[in-house]
Design a protein around this ligand. Sequence first.
Ligand code: SAH
Length: 244
Amino acid sequence: MSAMHQELAEVLQTLPDERRERAAGRDFWLGHWRGHEVVAVLSCIGKVAAATTATALIERFGVTAIVFTGVAGGLGEGVAVGDVVLATSFVQHDMDASPLFPRYEVPLYGRTRFDTDAALTDRLRAAAAQVLAHPADALGASAVSEFALQAPRAHQGLIASGDRFVATSAESRALRQSLPDALAVEMEGAAVAQVCHDYGVPLAALRTISDRADDSAHVDFTRFIDQVASRYSAATLDRFFDLL
Ligand code: SAH
């Protein structure tokens, strides 16, 4: 699952035999990647859209695992633009049924966090490490210097999701205070993680940091996705399927 058109386009370039099926108002691309059967799809933006996409992948296409790639705003200290974050778990930062349920708890699940699959995440981290070790191979030397990506890092931990593009310093400060261990913020992951939990389908998720969720979060967003995030995603997935 890709969050962005540009990422999906990069992915489709690597599937030699993709064929399209339409379901739930979305295009699903079926094909093979390094010999593995895959379904590629745009998650669409926001929690509900991403949950619908994940449910269709599982119910209609019978996928046995989901790998999500996209971009996110960096929250944790040292989580810089151009780094990547591998999710170990997700929380919905806008879930609040208090005082009936504790803050962040998804009512009737008795939990605030939904974990990704450890083995799948390990493999995705190994793939990302190979790509980040030589960023110019995936991005080209000019993008590396334009975005100052000489030493990108891979982080691993909690990602917060909510139906809001976090684009002010005040908002990201508030998130850091209320969820001090959250490394990044985005708009889909926790919904996909909840669906995967419901169906018992393993999930791994990788987010390239496109901004710091602050007052300049919108600057050059599109260019960064074109030049950096989509290329990291496609290169990492290629390594991932090679390692499988
Ligand atoms: N302009 C984009 C829309 C971006 S919405 C377009 O036209 O496609 C933001 C997307 O990036 C979502 O998928 C979200 O998951 C992620 N994201 C990146 N930075 C974010 C931030 N600071 N806050 C919330 N989501 C962010």
